[in-house]
Design a protein around this ligand. Structure first.
Ligand SMILES: N[C@@H](CCC(=O)N[C@@H](CS)C(=O)NCC(=O)O)C(=O)O
Length: 235
Protein backbone atom coordinates (compact mmCIF):
# COMPACT_ATOMS: atom_id res chain seq x y z
CA UNK A 1 0.00 0.00 0.00
CA UNK A 2 1.33 3.42 -0.96
CA UNK A 3 1.83 5.76 1.98
CA UNK A 4 1.03 9.42 1.40
CA UNK A 5 2.81 11.53 4.00
CA UNK A 6 1.09 14.86 4.45
CA UNK A 7 -0.74 17.20 6.83
CA UNK A 8 -4.05 16.11 8.32
CA UNK A 9 -7.19 17.78 6.84
CA UNK A 10 -7.81 21.28 8.16
CA UNK A 11 -10.55 23.92 7.90
CA UNK A 12 -12.88 21.61 6.00
CA UNK A 13 -10.32 21.26 3.20
CA UNK A 14 -8.91 17.83 2.30
CA UNK A 15 -5.58 19.52 2.78
CA UNK A 16 -4.53 23.07 3.60
CA UNK A 17 -1.32 22.44 1.65
CA UNK A 18 -2.14 22.76 -2.05
CA UNK A 19 0.82 20.51 -2.92
CA UNK A 20 -0.49 17.74 -0.65
CA UNK A 21 -4.01 18.19 -1.99
CA UNK A 22 -2.64 18.00 -5.54
CA UNK A 23 -1.10 14.55 -4.99
CA UNK A 24 -4.13 13.21 -3.13
CA UNK A 25 -6.45 14.58 -5.84
CA UNK A 26 -4.34 12.75 -8.41
CA UNK A 27 -4.40 9.43 -6.50
CA UNK A 28 -8.17 9.69 -6.13
CA UNK A 29 -8.64 10.62 -9.78
CA UNK A 30 -6.64 7.57 -10.85
CA UNK A 31 -8.21 5.30 -8.25
CA UNK A 32 -4.78 4.34 -6.88
CA UNK A 33 -5.13 2.92 -3.35
CA UNK A 34 -3.14 4.79 -0.70
CA UNK A 35 -2.95 5.29 3.03
CA UNK A 36 -2.44 8.76 4.55
CA UNK A 37 0.33 9.04 7.13
CA UNK A 38 -0.02 12.33 9.03
CA UNK A 39 3.31 14.07 8.69
CA UNK A 40 5.13 17.38 8.48
CA UNK A 41 8.06 18.88 6.56
CA UNK A 42 10.57 17.92 9.25
CA UNK A 43 9.89 14.23 8.59
CA UNK A 44 10.45 14.55 4.83
CA UNK A 45 13.81 13.64 3.23
CA UNK A 46 13.79 17.07 1.52
CA UNK A 47 12.09 19.09 4.27
CA UNK A 48 9.00 19.46 2.07
CA UNK A 49 5.72 17.61 1.97
CA UNK A 50 4.00 15.74 0.48
CA UNK A 51 6.10 12.67 -0.05
CA UNK A 52 5.12 9.10 -0.69
CA UNK A 53 6.68 5.85 0.44
CA UNK A 54 6.30 2.83 -1.80
CA UNK A 55 8.08 -0.47 -1.12
CA UNK A 56 10.32 1.34 1.36
CA UNK A 57 11.36 3.97 -1.18
CA UNK A 58 10.52 7.66 -0.60
CA UNK A 59 9.58 9.97 -3.46
CA UNK A 60 9.23 13.70 -2.88
CA UNK A 61 7.86 16.60 -4.92
CA UNK A 62 4.27 16.57 -6.13
CA UNK A 63 5.16 16.69 -9.82
CA UNK A 64 7.74 13.89 -9.53
CA UNK A 65 5.22 11.76 -7.62
CA UNK A 66 2.57 12.24 -10.32
CA UNK A 67 5.07 11.37 -13.08
CA UNK A 68 6.09 8.28 -11.14
CA UNK A 69 2.53 6.94 -11.27
CA UNK A 70 1.69 8.23 -14.74
CA UNK A 71 4.49 6.11 -16.20
CA UNK A 72 2.48 3.03 -15.21
CA UNK A 73 -0.78 4.13 -16.82
CA UNK A 74 -1.61 2.77 -20.26
CA UNK A 75 -2.87 6.19 -21.35
CA UNK A 76 -1.06 9.22 -19.95
CA UNK A 77 -3.26 12.05 -18.66
CA UNK A 78 -1.59 14.41 -21.12
CA UNK A 79 -1.67 12.03 -24.09
CA UNK A 80 -2.62 13.70 -27.33
CA UNK A 81 -1.73 17.23 -26.27
CA UNK A 82 0.15 19.24 -28.87
CA UNK A 83 3.61 20.68 -28.12
CA UNK A 84 2.03 24.12 -27.72
CA UNK A 85 -0.59 22.78 -25.28
CA UNK A 86 2.11 21.03 -23.25
CA UNK A 87 4.08 24.27 -23.13
CA UNK A 88 0.98 26.19 -22.04
CA UNK A 89 0.31 23.60 -19.33
CA UNK A 90 3.90 23.89 -18.12
CA UNK A 91 3.83 27.69 -17.89
CA UNK A 92 0.39 27.83 -16.29
CA UNK A 93 1.34 25.25 -13.66
CA UNK A 94 4.62 26.98 -12.88
CA UNK A 95 2.83 30.29 -12.49
CA UNK A 96 -0.01 28.87 -10.40
CA UNK A 97 2.34 26.94 -8.10
CA UNK A 98 4.55 29.96 -7.53
CA UNK A 99 2.05 32.83 -7.44
CA UNK A 100 -1.01 31.19 -5.92
CA UNK A 101 1.08 29.29 -3.36
CA UNK A 102 2.28 32.61 -1.94
CA UNK A 103 -1.18 34.12 -2.18
CA UNK A 104 -2.56 31.22 -0.11
CA UNK A 105 0.31 31.64 2.35
CA UNK A 106 -0.30 35.39 2.54
CA UNK A 107 -4.04 35.06 3.09
CA UNK A 108 -3.40 32.92 6.18
CA UNK A 109 -0.07 34.03 7.62
CA UNK A 110 0.48 37.55 6.25
CA UNK A 111 -2.83 39.39 5.89
CA UNK A 112 -3.55 40.69 9.44
CA UNK A 113 -7.29 39.87 9.07
CA UNK A 114 -6.44 36.38 7.79
CA UNK A 115 -3.94 35.69 10.59
CA UNK A 116 -6.52 36.77 13.18
CA UNK A 117 -8.84 33.92 12.14
CA UNK A 118 -6.16 31.39 11.08
CA UNK A 119 -4.03 31.52 14.22
CA UNK A 120 -6.59 30.30 16.80
CA UNK A 121 -7.61 27.32 14.66
CA UNK A 122 -4.00 26.54 13.73
CA UNK A 123 -2.98 26.54 17.40
CA UNK A 124 -5.69 23.95 18.16
CA UNK A 125 -4.57 21.83 15.17
CA UNK A 126 -0.83 21.85 15.87
CA UNK A 127 0.86 19.41 18.25
CA UNK A 128 1.61 20.96 21.64
CA UNK A 129 5.33 21.34 20.95
CA UNK A 130 4.68 23.52 17.89
CA UNK A 131 2.31 26.01 19.47
CA UNK A 132 4.63 28.50 21.16
CA UNK A 133 8.07 29.66 20.04
CA UNK A 134 8.15 27.20 17.10
CA UNK A 135 5.01 28.76 15.62
CA UNK A 136 6.41 32.25 16.23
CA UNK A 137 9.64 31.35 14.39
CA UNK A 138 7.77 29.64 11.56
CA UNK A 139 5.60 32.71 10.99
CA UNK A 140 8.64 34.98 11.15
CA UNK A 141 10.33 32.87 8.45
CA UNK A 142 7.21 32.94 6.26
CA UNK A 143 6.82 36.71 6.73
CA UNK A 144 10.44 37.14 5.64
CA UNK A 145 9.84 34.97 2.55
CA UNK A 146 6.64 36.90 1.73
CA UNK A 147 8.52 40.17 2.23
CA UNK A 148 11.13 39.06 -0.32
CA UNK A 149 8.26 38.66 -2.80
CA UNK A 150 6.92 42.12 -1.97
CA UNK A 151 3.72 40.74 -0.45
CA UNK A 152 3.99 42.06 3.08
CA UNK A 153 5.38 45.39 1.89
CA UNK A 154 2.03 46.29 0.31
CA UNK A 155 -1.31 46.71 2.09
CA UNK A 156 -3.59 43.64 1.73
CA UNK A 157 -5.37 45.18 -1.25
CA UNK A 158 -2.03 45.56 -3.02
CA UNK A 159 -0.81 42.13 -1.96
CA UNK A 160 -3.87 40.43 -3.44
CA UNK A 161 -3.64 42.35 -6.75
CA UNK A 162 -1.33 39.78 -8.35
CA UNK A 163 -3.48 36.86 -7.17
CA UNK A 164 -6.57 38.51 -8.62
CA UNK A 165 -4.76 39.00 -11.93
CA UNK A 166 -3.80 35.30 -11.96
CA UNK A 167 -7.41 34.25 -11.31
CA UNK A 168 -8.64 36.58 -14.08
CA UNK A 169 -6.11 35.10 -16.50
CA UNK A 170 -7.14 31.56 -15.55
CA UNK A 171 -10.82 32.40 -16.06
CA UNK A 172 -9.93 33.90 -19.44
CA UNK A 173 -7.95 30.81 -20.46
CA UNK A 174 -10.71 28.47 -19.31
CA UNK A 175 -13.47 30.36 -21.13
CA UNK A 176 -16.43 28.04 -21.58
CA UNK A 177 -14.35 24.83 -21.81
CA UNK A 178 -15.00 22.16 -19.15
CA UNK A 179 -11.28 21.87 -18.33
CA UNK A 180 -8.31 24.15 -18.83
CA UNK A 181 -7.10 22.53 -22.04
CA UNK A 182 -10.40 21.30 -23.45
CA UNK A 183 -12.99 18.59 -22.96
CA UNK A 184 -10.83 16.23 -20.85
CA UNK A 185 -9.13 16.78 -17.48
CA UNK A 186 -5.32 16.85 -17.76
CA UNK A 187 -2.50 16.84 -15.23
CA UNK A 188 -2.64 20.64 -15.16
CA UNK A 189 -6.22 20.50 -13.87
CA UNK A 190 -5.19 18.33 -10.93
CA UNK A 191 -2.69 20.94 -9.77
CA UNK A 192 -4.84 23.94 -10.55
CA UNK A 193 -7.85 22.57 -8.69
CA UNK A 194 -5.85 21.98 -5.49
CA UNK A 195 -4.73 25.62 -5.48
CA UNK A 196 -8.15 27.04 -6.39
CA UNK A 197 -9.90 24.94 -3.72
CA UNK A 198 -7.51 26.30 -1.12
CA UNK A 199 -8.58 29.83 -2.11
CA UNK A 200 -12.28 29.37 -2.81
CA UNK A 201 -13.22 26.72 -0.22
CA UNK A 202 -11.40 27.98 2.83
CA UNK A 203 -13.93 28.96 5.49
CA UNK A 204 -12.99 32.62 6.01
CA UNK A 205 -13.46 35.16 3.26
CA UNK A 206 -10.86 37.62 2.00
CA UNK A 207 -10.56 39.91 -1.05
CA UNK A 208 -8.95 37.21 -3.20
CA UNK A 209 -11.63 34.65 -2.39
CA UNK A 210 -14.38 37.21 -3.10
CA UNK A 211 -12.74 37.97 -6.44
CA UNK A 212 -12.51 34.27 -7.33
CA UNK A 213 -16.10 33.54 -6.32
CA UNK A 214 -17.28 36.18 -8.77
CA UNK A 215 -15.58 34.34 -11.67
CA UNK A 216 -18.49 32.09 -12.53
CA UNK A 217 -16.67 29.79 -14.96
CA UNK A 218 -13.87 29.19 -12.45
CA UNK A 219 -16.39 28.31 -9.74
CA UNK A 220 -18.11 25.87 -12.10
CA UNK A 221 -14.74 24.36 -12.99
CA UNK A 222 -13.97 23.74 -9.31
CA UNK A 223 -17.36 22.10 -8.83
CA UNK A 224 -16.60 19.79 -11.78
CA UNK A 225 -13.17 18.85 -10.44
CA UNK A 226 -14.61 18.28 -6.96
CA UNK A 227 -17.31 15.97 -8.35
CA UNK A 228 -14.66 14.12 -10.37
CA UNK A 229 -12.11 13.57 -7.62
CA UNK A 230 -13.63 14.25 -4.22
CA UNK A 231 -17.22 12.97 -4.55
CA UNK A 232 -18.55 11.93 -1.16
CA UNK A 233 -15.48 13.12 0.76
CA UNK A 234 -16.19 14.29 4.29
CA UNK A 235 -13.87 15.06 7.15
N1 LIG B 1 7.81 21.58 -5.10
C1 LIG B 1 7.22 20.93 -3.96
C2 LIG B 1 6.73 21.99 -3.00
C3 LIG B 1 6.16 21.41 -1.72
C4 LIG B 1 6.02 22.46 -0.63
O1 LIG B 1 6.46 23.60 -0.76
N2 LIG B 1 5.44 22.02 0.49
C5 LIG B 1 5.29 22.91 1.62
C6 LIG B 1 3.96 22.65 2.29
S1 LIG B 1 2.67 23.34 1.32
C7 LIG B 1 6.38 22.59 2.63
O2 LIG B 1 6.67 21.45 2.88
N3 LIG B 1 6.97 23.63 3.20
C8 LIG B 1 7.93 23.48 4.23
C9 LIG B 1 9.16 24.33 4.03
O3 LIG B 1 9.32 24.91 2.94
O4 LIG B 1 9.94 24.41 4.98
C10 LIG B 1 6.09 20.00 -4.42
O5 LIG B 1 5.57 20.19 -5.53
O6 LIG B 1 5.78 19.04 -3.70
Amino acid sequence: MIELHQFRPFWGLPNASPFCMKVETYLRFRGIPYRVVPSGPRKSPTGKIPFIVEDGRSITDSETIIHHFERREPVHLDAGLSEAERATAFFVRELVEEQLYWQVTYMRWGDPAGWAVFRPDLVKYLPLGMRGPVLFLLRRMLLRQMGQRGLTRADPQGAYARGKAVLDALAGLLGDKPYLLGAEPRSLDISLYAFLANILDQPHGNPLQAHGKALVNLVGYCARMKALCWQGWTL
